[in-house]
Write a protein that binds this ligand. Sequence first.
Ligand code: GLV
Length: 410
Amino acid sequence: MHNHWLSIGVSSCGLQLRRTLMARLQWRTFNSNGRHRVVVTKPLVGENWLETLLAADCRVDQCLSERILSRAELRDAIGSRCDGVVGQLTEPWDEELFRALKSAGGKVYSNVAVGFDNVDVSAATRHGIAVGNTPGVLTETTAEMAVALTFAAGRRLVEADAFMRAGKYKGWLPTMFLGKLFYGKTLGIIGAGRIGSVYALTMARGCHMDVVYYDQFQNEQLERKVRETGSLYQQLGERCISIRRAETVEELLEAADVVSLHTVLDASTRHMINNERLRLMKKDAVLVNCGRGPLIDERALVQHCREHPDFRVGLDVFENEPKMAPGLASLPNVVVVPHIASATVWTRTGMSTLAAANVAGIIRGDPVWNQPDVLAFVDAPSVAAMPRAAPSIVNAKELGLPQYKQMSRL
Ligand code: GLV
């Protein structure tokens, strides 16, 4: 494996400042004589992603710098020859970049993320470029972070930890750090897809909470699981749990003690939690967001938290990442973490592998995997044992890409 450090060439045009910034980026190249060229815009986790690309005879140019790449830097990285890109949710993959990728001979772009609101999929489709994402390995990991933020916010863990470390604890008091009990309360889920459902089941089963969910589709599986758990609890003489689907977001917000957001970000969900809707919530409710920052009007949230000190919030994502709205960081009733809901070694290794497999698969002309279970890729004992398919291409249908057919075992 070829593994040397180099700087990607700086285009002759552009401002001096841009040149300086570009020159500061650190890149490394693997397999410099590879048949296809793939740009990887950030350090990834594990080794499988790299082996996957090398097995498809790709030259891999990987940016090692932590700084978020600008559109101009991405265009320069694509250059005049690029077959595919493994990119990040922090990058603006729009018409301009897909046009550049197409002119460079590109066929595929994959986010290392399940969400792809940073990608203009219609533009990619117009240019005949496949867009990949990485579902199936983040579900439990992200749901567990939402659970962690629920408890951290509701039980004031960060405030109490800071208090201890500051040497302020002088002895037990009945009045210190009173928080919220979840047992037997009502849990509200906005978006009952995979992550929302696992979060709902973990909280409802663990804390015997009743579930109310809002989603455009009925989730019969989630309803059945909650009802069956409820029957079991009843048989055991424990508190039964229930589930119902709310007709409106407002109905859910009024009823719930905890509200967790698990819906996609699009024009219809941007600022779905705004000033008016915050006012409908219980004054001591807990609000958790591990979805996308712009689901919440963050300025309105700051104001609401100032006015209602018992209202508690756990945020993994922010409206203008990496920035926080003015005042958010100084609110004691808000717990903030830097978009790490999917950050476990297994999940990030899996996401890196799936993104690379999307790119390698399309470059090789493989069909598209058509099952939600992607463990055949991430748990394969070797790259050679992975299915010959691109695991998750979101515009496969629009591009008319062939579907993977399971070989029948005789
Ligand atoms: C992370 O936010 C993701 O969408 O995977």
